[in-house]
Each structure stands twice: as C-alpha cells, then as structure tokens.
Design a binder for this molecule. Sequence first.
Ligand code: NAD
Length: 508
Amino acid sequence: MNTASAQLNEAVATVKLLIDGRFVESAAGEWQDVVNPATQKVLARVPFATDAEIAAAVASAKAAFKTWKNTPLAARARIMLRLQALVRENMGRIAKTLTAEQGKTLADAEGDVFRGLEVVEHACSIGTLQLGEFAENVAGGVDTYTIRQPIGVCAGITPFNFPAMIPLWMFPMAIVCGNTFVLKPSEQDPLTPMLLAELALEAGVPPGVLNIIHGGKRAVDAICTHPDIAAVSFVGSTAVGTHVYQLTSQHGKRVQSMMGAKNHAVVMPDANKEQSLNAIVGATFGAAGQRCMATSVTVLVGETKRWIPDIVAKAKTLKVNAGTEAGTDLGPVISKNAKNRILGLIDDGIKEGAKLELDGRALKVGGYEQGNFIGPTIFSGVKPNMKIYTTEIFGPVMVIITVDSLDQAIRLTNDNPFCNGTGIFTQSGAAARKFQNEIDVGQIGINVPIPVPVPIFSFTGSRGSKLGDLGPYGKQVVQFYTQTKTVTTRWFDDAATTGGVNTTISLK
Ligand code: NAD
C-alpha cells in the first residue's frame, strides 16, 4: 500500500495529497508546520495545494463519479463494512497520531475515532437508508415512485478539534450514497485524516472516489466556487462557516455549515448535585474546552448559586498534562495563537468585572514547559453583555451566570444566538419537559452533558450554530447527499382503445 501520512518519527516529513487514488507530493510553494501542541515538535509539513492540484482532485472525482454512481448498493456497503473493521483494528494507531498533532488525551482521541466509526457503521445500512417510496394507483392505472440518486462531486471542509470524527461524518456517508468526494481537512492536524484515507483505500474505495487536498482560505474558496462540485459540507468557526455558506450558495450548490457554539447547562435546585457537577465540569474542561458541544456557560438557578465552591473544588482536581501521560484529564490547546486568544479573553473577563474564581493562566506542566497549556479557569458574576459570554472562547474556561428561575434560564439561553446544544440538570420531569418544549436550541441533554446524537439520528445544532437545513450525518445527510427523482408511470394495455385526448391537468 502506498503510504499517505508523514511518519511521526521522521525528522520533518511531508503530508501528501490524495489525488486519483495515489498519495502524491505537492508542488506547493506554501507549507505549514504540523506542530505537537504539548512539545512544539514539528511532526510534518503540510502543503497548501496549488490551483492545479485542486483542479486535478476535482477532475478525478468528476471522472470517478461516472462509474461509482452506478456501483451496486451492496458493493458500496461492503466497502464500508471493511472500512469499519479497519478503523476499529487501527484505533490505537489513529489515536496516537491524533493525540500527537491535536493534543487531546489518548482516551479522548479514541473517543474521537469511535464517534466517527459509529457513522461508518451506520453507512453500512445504506441499502435501507437510500430506499425510495412507491405509491400504487395515484390515479387510475398510474403509479408514482421516488428514487434517491447521488448528486455528483461533494466536498468537505473540516476543523481541527475532531480530526477523526468530523472527516468520518462526511466522506463515508457521501460516497456510500454514490457520490465522489474531495476532503479539505484542517491544516493544523491533517495526519489523522490521512491515516483514515489510507484505510479507506485499503477497504476498497476506488481511485478518484475519495480525494484529499490541503490548504486554507484559497483551497476553501476554490471548493466553494468550483463548477463541478455539487455540494459542500463545512464544520468550523462561525465566521468561516458563514463565508462558506454564502459563497457556496451564490454558486448554486447545496451547502451545510455547522459552526460555533456557546452551550448552556442549566442546573436546577433539585438536581443530583454530585452527578450534575461532575458532568458539567467534565463537559466544560474535557478536550481543554475545544469541543463544539462543550459546556461553556453554567447557569445556576436559585439556591444552586451556593454550589460555586464545589464546582471550583472539582475543577481543581483535574490533571493538566500532555495527552500521552497517564491520568491526564485535559491536554494543551491546539496552538500558541489559540492560547494567546484565550488568555486575551480571560483578561477581558477580568477587566469587565467578572469574578475570577479559578485562574489557570500561569499553569506550567513539568517536562512540557513549551506546551500550550491553560488550566481550568472559572468566572462567576458574569453578565450577558460581557465578552466572555458573547464570544465562543473554545478553551478551558467556565462562565457562570446565576438566575432566579427556570424561566429566566430559558430566556437567557434563547437570547444567545449560538445554539449547538444545551442541557438541564434536574430530578423534575415537569421542569425537564418545560425546558425541552420552550428552549430554542437544536440539541438538548436532560441530565446529559454533551448531547451529541448517535448516527441513527442527525446532528441538529440550530440558529446561529448552523446554516442550511440538513445535518451532517444520520438520515438527514442521506437527503443532503442525494436528490430525489419522482417517477409517475402508466402502462397502456395494448388492447385498450377507450379514452380521448385529456387537456386538463388532472390524472384520471
Ligand atoms: P476554522 O473555521 O478556523 O477552520 C475550519 C476550516 O476552515 C479549516 O479547514 C480551515 O482550513 C478553514 N479556514 C480557516 N480560515 C479560513 C478562511 N478565512 N476562509 C476559508 N476557510 C478557512 O475552525 P477551527 O478553529 O478549525 O475549529 C473550531 C471551530 O469549529 C469552533 O468554532 C467550533 O465550535 C467549530 N465546530 C463546530 C462543530 C459543529 O458541529 N457545529 C463541530 C466542531 C467544531
């Protein structure tokens, strides 16, 4: 097998492009280092693909579509079955690469791979997922049926925070529906997606069906405007996602944009205190807060405002270290730039008068002094107009707001434009039902801190966290990656001679 990814132990290897079934060296003039966020070791150099390379990837996908679209459903499903087995077998290797380039703990890296693997498992059911519908006798002797056909070359643009899960949200479902695909992974951690691509080829994905290019804004804009790309799936920040959505829409393509978040966890006075606080602290600081479904705002209702010292005490027990070290709860943030941005937002919180209950800014990790570490940081006394509340921090920072009632908590959450997920912690069915009914957020957890739906459902972030109607996996994505044809049929009996010319619109 042809090797895609740079080997971690080599001095500075290069990340390859995947074009037409081959891993190729880029002729790019612009390259970026892929850096281990715990050690600053340069793991590899990633190219910013040239315009010609991007065009070649799309041309390969376009050519492959001609035959791939008519590949039998079961043949496509069998490739997914092999891919799921290969991802499972290589889980440890993928997680090790993921931790090296992204920083999350090994256990969490395996979780990242596993949540993507679940989508591959779901893709194996494409036989039933892609079924059309049939209605007999919609008029006399007339039947109508629908068929779901692939739409052509699709593309995916992915963020740094889930380098396994999010590529696996995209290309398996797109190609199992009969499309071909061009993936543009995050330039900050491209080694993990390249390992997945190696496994996809080993599983039998034919040349041209999956292509990978690397780069930044230029590559993204080329994808959004390319006349031969039919649909674009984007996951990343709100600013970039909005740009991608607008540019892609202007070019007449389908697009879905899953974007930034500020997820609220509402804690009711009747909540199970230990379980709820454990869940919230884990969901806030896990992966150093770099999850789109991380809890970033804790809303304490009524008497639970007295629980702030307990929250701080729990956060203090978390161990910050390199993701490879045993017992680590949270690793470094992705880059020096990300760290400086988060530190700037913490400074803003202090200047705006929020109370810094726990300060993780000065944390040093022995043996990893150069790492991009920030310890768990907690603010109380936060007001809705403060920057630490209005901005997605995407770091290990908890923002606590206190309110008097569930109604106030619901109003606060509904007034925030971000809407990826939210949660309520309560023992009251009535409170939970009211919350579920009145909250205007697409994904809700009831005593569940990170309510990311499993792939038999779809990811349904809403309002300011998503543009486009359909989610990135589940049944919704089968709709996204296919177009429906409706066929209305009548078969004439050779012997029939009755009935004249019908000039009305009605079927008889
Ligand atoms: P990002 O927006 O910086 O990057 C995402 C992708 O866009 C990358 O492939 C990157 O190369 C590309 N890109 C970056 N700048 C660009 C520009 N100016 N023009 C065009 N393309 C550009 O996001 P990130 O920092 O990699 O990821 C973190 C963000 O992703 C957070 O906001 C997080 O909430 C969000 N996210 C959302 C979901 C979700 O499902 N809603 C899931 C994961 C992450």
